[in-house]
Structure formats: C-alpha cells, structure tokens
Write a protein that binds this ligand. Structure first.
Ligand SMILES: [Zn+2]
Length: 165
C-alpha cells in the first residue's frame, strides 16, 4: 500500500525507531508498504520506515534505476541494520523524500559492510560502495532520527534549493 510520506519538520523524523527483532506479519506488511511507496515516487532509491510514520528499524533500498550505480544489488530491505565496516570518505549530493525542497552535500563513507536481518529472519551481511553505500547510510540515519540537515557542514554553503519537478 502506498503510504503518505512524513515531511520535515514532523517530529517523527527526529525520533529513533525501535528494533524489530524477528520479523512477523506486521513487518512483512511494512516491507510491502515501503516498497510500494518508494516505487510510487520517481527516482526514489531508498525509504526508511519512519518516513511513512512507522517507528521501526526497517528500510528499503533500490538503486537499480540510478545512473550513478553500475552494478546495484537487487532491491532489498534492511531490518535492524548495523554498520560492521566502513572505509573511505566522499562528499556527495543527497536528496530526501521527507525534505523535497532541498538537496545537500553530505560526507559519507565510500565502502561499507552492513549486517541486517532479512524478511525471513536470517541475519545477513551486505557490502556496498559509492552511491549505493551512500543510500544505505542515508536510510540508516533515518532510523536514528538523523536527517541530511543534521549532517551538513554548513547550512549556508552545503544546502541547495531543489527545482520543482
Ligand atoms: Zn531521506
């Protein structure tokens, strides 16, 4: 089901989400809603549960259509993700469904490995680099109530108005 996207400055976006543990039927429904909502918005590469008002640690990532990613993973969900390795640093431009009027320059790791739970309850690891790593880190930030505005070095120099689509 396509859900409404929570927009800044809604307080839920600043609130840490709760661990899921073993995913059950409610987690499966949330996973479907995240996928459906992400697909509803053109060029969306990721969405986190708090962005649809569900305060659980789940995100959906799909970089398959993005020109900056040459060899993306198939679309996947991250449940209770933890960073277990991170390397490199790069500044890149990011947007966010919850802040539709801006983009911002954000410094992120360029290579990461994340452990997470699958929808079937299995703990797995995923490694990503470049833009896809950036997307995963952006979505994980949402689970901690952290937004791109919290990450910029300078609100004056690193935040840009976005042209209306
Ligand atoms: Zn976002």
């Amino acid at each position: 089901m396509i859900r409404d996207v929570v927009r800044y400055p809604d307080r839920r976006l600043k609130t840490p989400a709760a661990p899921i543990g073993t995913p059950g039927p409610a987690a499966a429904r949330l996973a479907e809603d995240l996928r459906d909502t992400a697909r509803h918005y053109p060029r969306t590469v990721g969405i986190a549960a708090p962005q649809i008002g569900a305060m659980w640690r789940m995100a959906y990532v799909d970089c398959g259509q993005h020109k900056k990613v040459s060899d993306p993973h198939p679309p996947f969900w991250l449940i209770d993700p933890e960073i277990i390795a991170a390397d490199g640093q790069e500044v890149g431009r990011e947007g966010c469904l919850s802040l539709p009027d801006i983009t911002a320059n954000i410094r992120r790791a360029t290579e990461i490995t994340v452990s997470h739970t699958d929808l079937d309850g299995t703990r797995r690891e995923v490694s990503a680099r470049g833009f896809e790593a950036r997307v995963i880190l952006h979505e994980m930030d949402h689970l901690d109530g952290v937004l791109i505005l919290d990450r910029v070095s300078s609100l004056l120099l690193d935040v840009f108005p976005r042209k209306r689509r």
